[in-house]
Design a binder for this molecule. Structure first.
Ligand code: UGA
Length: 439
């Protein structure tokens, strides 16, 4: 009989993890406290856009390997290995992470754990959290210290969630016993057989790997965007600069893409929570550079608004602005801390009529920003616009025909916030083309 596993929390991480564990051949029960979400998943409907995941969800359901529930009692009794994938968003009142979902999950689950088991934390948490959770777990569980904790951070990217989960580039296991490490090795046997490195660490190191990775990626993006600021002051081209840097193997080209900067549910909140935690630990100086990383990132959004205003003739009053892109990145319908929507909303606030189009994120964007107008195609968003902004680099925007869009707009002004377009092609079609970090 296949090993049974549970997954607590069916957000992005939890849903992907549950579906992929079923794909690896396990019997999986996913739990969420939201009955609407559970019903949607049980009916084979993903509550978010992620390429390839819905097919695997349906396959898991059809094979009878995957189920969903709202009952902690059912989940606790179902398996003896439980993955915790609840959300740890930024707190409303500051930079720190809000751990209330994690605490609620552990406090509800632990009293139901009557026999030895492994609880595996996967969410992104401030360093030191696992230590506390481990104590709480053994205090509240009738199994006492038999209810063991492990910390196994997740590195999946939205848009590549299935690939990143089934073929991760490393698996980090923060464990306290050989038994826990052996169990995780067994569960991840397939990726390990494909050569994925398996690193056994203590709790604190496992927690830190995750936030350090996101802090590094954010730093790399802000580095090239700082260079974009210098390019703007000197007439240099940051796209060429980035490409030239990327040929140095020591630097590499990934996460060196200049533009409107990073957003989403992870990088921004993770660097802030990391700074808040460093402050508590008395090592705030060690991470003070992250304040600058955050500031550079936010300045890109302001610069985008300034460039657009310049092209709009100095003011947005009475101007029509078409926005291409609402998601925080392509291949996603996620609008959490989306640079695109931040810019769109600011420009709307400055008096423009703003119409947004995104291939996947319009329903989410409309719910969060009903004050903006929405279009059903790029062409529709371009209609009568005095200025067009490319804010999320979906492939269909990069491929758009400047002549076709040119016939729809009132004036041929384009600001490319993602360096996604070929300037020569757009200028040849009589567009006034501007881009962040480019002459
Ligand atoms: C990020 C990390 O890449 C994952 O490894 C991590 O597991 C995840 O956060 C998480 O903590 O859960 P994700 O938020 O899905 O994944 O997004 P990324 O693909 O990393 O992109 C983040 C942002 O950076 C996007 O807004 C993207 O447009 C921007 N970006 C990315 C750039 O501006 N330039 C680049 O060169 C790359």
């Amino acid at each position: 009989m296949a090993r049974r596993l549970t997954v607590f929390g069916t957000g992005y991480l939890g849903t992907t993890h549950a579906v992929c564990l079923a794909e690896l051949g396990y019997e999986v029960l996913g739990l969420d406290i939201d009955p609407v979400r559970v019903a949607a998943l049980a009916a084979g409907r993903l509550p978010f856009f992620e390429p390839g995941l819905e097919d695997l969800l349906r396959a898991g359901l059809d094979r009878g390997r995957l189920r969903f529930t709202t009952s902690y009692e059912e989940a606790a009794a179902f398996a003896d290995t439980h993955f915790v994938c609840v959300g740890t968003p930024q707190r409303g009142d500051g930079y720190a992470a809000d751990l209330s979902q994690l605490h609620a999950c552990i406090d509800t689950l632990a009293p139901l754990l009557h026999s030895p088991c492994l609880v595996v934390g996967k969410c992104t948490v401030p360093v030191g959290t696992a230590e506390q959770i481990s104590e709480r777990l053994s205090q509240l569980s009738p199994a006492g210290s038999g209810a063991e904790l492990a910390w196994n951070p997740e590195f999946l990217r939205e848009g590549y969630a299935v690939r990143d989960t089934l073929h991760p580039d490393r698996i980090v296991a923060g464990t306290r016993s050989p038994r826990a490490s052996a169990l995780l090795r067994e569960i991840y046997a397939r990726p390990l057989a494909d050569g994925t490195p398996f690193l056994v660490t203590d709790f604190a190191t496992a927690e830190l790997v995750k936030v350090a990775a996101n802090a590094f990626l954010a730093t790399k993006i802000s580095f090239i965007n700082a260079m974009a600021e210098v390019c703007e002051a000197t007439g240099a081209d940051v796209t060429m600069l980035s490409e030239a840097l990327s040929h140095d193997d020591r630097i590499g080209g990934r996460y060196l893409g200049p533009g409107l900067g990073f957003g989403g549910g992870c990088l921004p909140k993770d660097i802030r929570a990391f700074m808040a935690r460093a402050d508590e630990l008395g090592v705030d100086q060690a991470l003070s550079f992250l304040r600058e990383v955050d500031a550079i990132n936010m300045r890109r959004r302001a610069r985008m608004v300034d460039l657009a205003r310049e092209l709009a003739g100095g003011s947005f009053e009475g101007r029509v602005v078409g926005v291409l892109g609402a998601a925080f990145k392509p291949n996603s319908d996620d609008i959490r801390d989306s640079p695109a929507l931040d810019v769109a909303q600011t420009i709307h606030g400055l008096g423009a009529r703003v119409t947004v189009y995104d291939p996947a994120a319009v329903p989410n964007a409309r719910r969060a920003h009903p004050e903006l107008e929405y279009a059903t195609s790029a062409l529709d968003a371009a209609r009568d616009a005095h200025i067009l902004l490319l804010l999320t680099e979906w492939p269909e925007f990069a491929d758009a025909d400047p002549e076709v869009l040119g016939k729809a707009v009132a004036e041929r002004n384009m600001v490319d916030g993602r360096g996604a377009l070929d300037p020569e092609r757009w200028r040849a079609a009589s567009w006034h083309y501007r881009a962040l970090g480019r002459p």
